[in-house]
Write a protein of this length. Sequence first.
Length: 344
Amino acid sequence: MGTSSPGGQRDPALLLWPLASLLLPLLPLLVLAVSALEWPRRLVMVVPEGQRVLSAPFELRDGWLGSPQLTLAAEIPPNSSVELDVALLDASGRTVLSLTKDGWRASGTWAEDGESGTWEEGDAGLALDLRPGRSGRFQLAVQLQDLLDEAGRPLPAPVVVRGSVRNHSVDAPLLLFTAVVTQATALVLLRACYGIGRGRWVRRSGDGVSALRCDAGGPGLVRVGVEARWELPHDDPPLGQPPPTAALELQVCDALGRPRLRHRQTLAVSHRSSDGDHWLSARQVMHLRLPEPGSHRFRVRLPDSFRADGDLWEIEWLRLTVEDGLRTARAVPVLTLDAATEGR
């Protein structure tokens, strides 16, 4: 997908469809958010020993979002165990699911190196993820078989059993993991589409001129990156304000040495300092389109030195980077060949 120029032609260097991949990580997060909008139905049952207690009727719905989930937890005394028979009944009272849950709860004290405290752990609950064949009204039937202390002696009943019903339960950790993996995949796709071209060449120079020759041109854009650094010849701080701008000149020649582009513009110069060191830096990225592939020479020039308020800033290095065959996600200014241009 691309955009059209005023003449009605699509810009082949503008590639938009990979941006749609950024929406993919939102899908599992959307499912998680929609699932969280459902409030669970609460159930409370007081279960005496030897009696079967029915819960209030509730509805289970089978749908595309998640699955129905039933949770139960028995409130039992410390250092005790319990055995519960649990059955799921449909609207006609027929048992569609039955199971037995053995639960326990233990507690005690600990002491080590002069410190002490209490501990408690247990397992007196269960969670059921269901896929009912059809939606309908159901009930839970719970029966207490045994409630014993740690010595195996019976304890006074009844036991309070609390539960909840959710019709759109999802696996939140799995959805979050899916979102992270999808985001990483989308970033790899964007890098492959926008950050990798047919070739990349780098030349670093110790003066104000850097040049290289390479085979470039054809579909896509050529990106020319310029980065430079100037330093003082001594370690003393600068006496005055450094220069705010620098003049950049770019020249592109074909295989026969004929100039195809002369471009001049002014770059902003930044003053940096760290641990007593001071330097100036400038950076610029330019795009141009070479319709036909071939050998081209790229040459950039920046000032070798600045003199401002008694300071002499000398160039430390100048780096020229040329990347060929790039696509972009947005329209960028493109330099025109066979012309002398001035920019800011």
